[in-house]
Design a protein around this ligand. Structure first.
Ligand SMILES: Nc1ncnc2c1ncn2[C@@H]1O[C@H](COP(=O)(O)OP(=O)(O)OP(=O)(O)O)[C@@H](O)[C@H]1O
Length: 207
């Protein structure tokens, strides 16, 4: 799915967060949305995922293969998201969380529950409730569930929050192995999270 922004702006009350963004996000390419805390990265991500309307301008979602427009109500099915504000269900064990997630999103390459657990390196914790996981372990689970969903679009907001050096390397390998051919958008202000992205959109350019 391609996403096209034409003169898109968003304000809350009288405060404009950004204005006049003209941008074409292409399927198969990777993009970093950059800006300081509070600059509007997550707000833009909400607009790009169809969950928040722009205050001005137009957003279009295009099926890249058919060159047809996708209705905004159907956009969510094309997108997987990992973000700090999207929480895991903490009463689930890891095996339950994986099974639940893949009831709604098809697993990429038909990957099975066991393979996801192995990829996470969490065989010894698979029957533990998520609420007892460390913050870094929870972040890995969120990333794996999003990246391993069969969607053409992948949004990652602050993907390395709570990850240690080993976790960061694990994240970069996950991106290398599973995002080819997809539209990848990373919201960040830490280089390790987006240094593989081919394109950069700086929110400060649209104030
Ligand atoms: N629902 C809302 N009502 C009012 N103001 C809002 C709302 N949502 C976001 N804002 C404001 O919009 C601005 C941008 O917030 P946003 O969360 O998009 O920034 P961000 O770049 O993602 O920040 P961070 O790096 O800290 O996550 C902030 O000033 C925030 O207070």
């Amino acid at each position: 799915m391609d996403i096209i922004l034409e003169n898109v702006g968003r304000r809350f009350n009288r405060e404009w967060i950004f204005k006049d963004i003209n941008y074409h996000f292409h399927t198969g390419k990777s993009y970093a949305i950059l800006g300081i805390n509070g600059s509007g990265k997550s707000t833009l991500l909400h607009i790009l995922s169809g969950s928040l309307a722009p205050s001005s301008g137009k957003i279009s979602f295009i099926d890249a293969e058919k060159s047809t427009s996708i209705d905004i109500e159907k956009v969510f099915a094309h997108i997987a998201i990992a973000a700090p504000y999207l929480e895991l269900i903490e009463d689930f064990t890891l095996t339950e969380a994986i099974d639940f997630h893949f009831k709604f999103k098809k697993p990429l390459n038909n990957i099975c529950q066991d393979d996801v657990i192995k990829l996470l390196g969490m065989q010894n914790n698979k029957n533990k409730q998520i609420k007892y996981y460390s913050s870094g372990m929870k972040q890995r689970v969120k990333l794996a569930l999003a990246v391993l969903s069969e969607t053409t679009v992948l949004f990652l907001d602050e993907p390395c929050s709570n990850l240690d050096q080993q976790g960061i390397e694990w994240y970069q390998q996950l991106i290398t192995d599973y995002t080819r051919g997809r539209l990848l958008i990373v919201c960040s202000n830490q280089e390790v999270e987006y240094n593989f992205c081919e394109n950069q959109l700086k929110i400060a350019d649209y104030k």
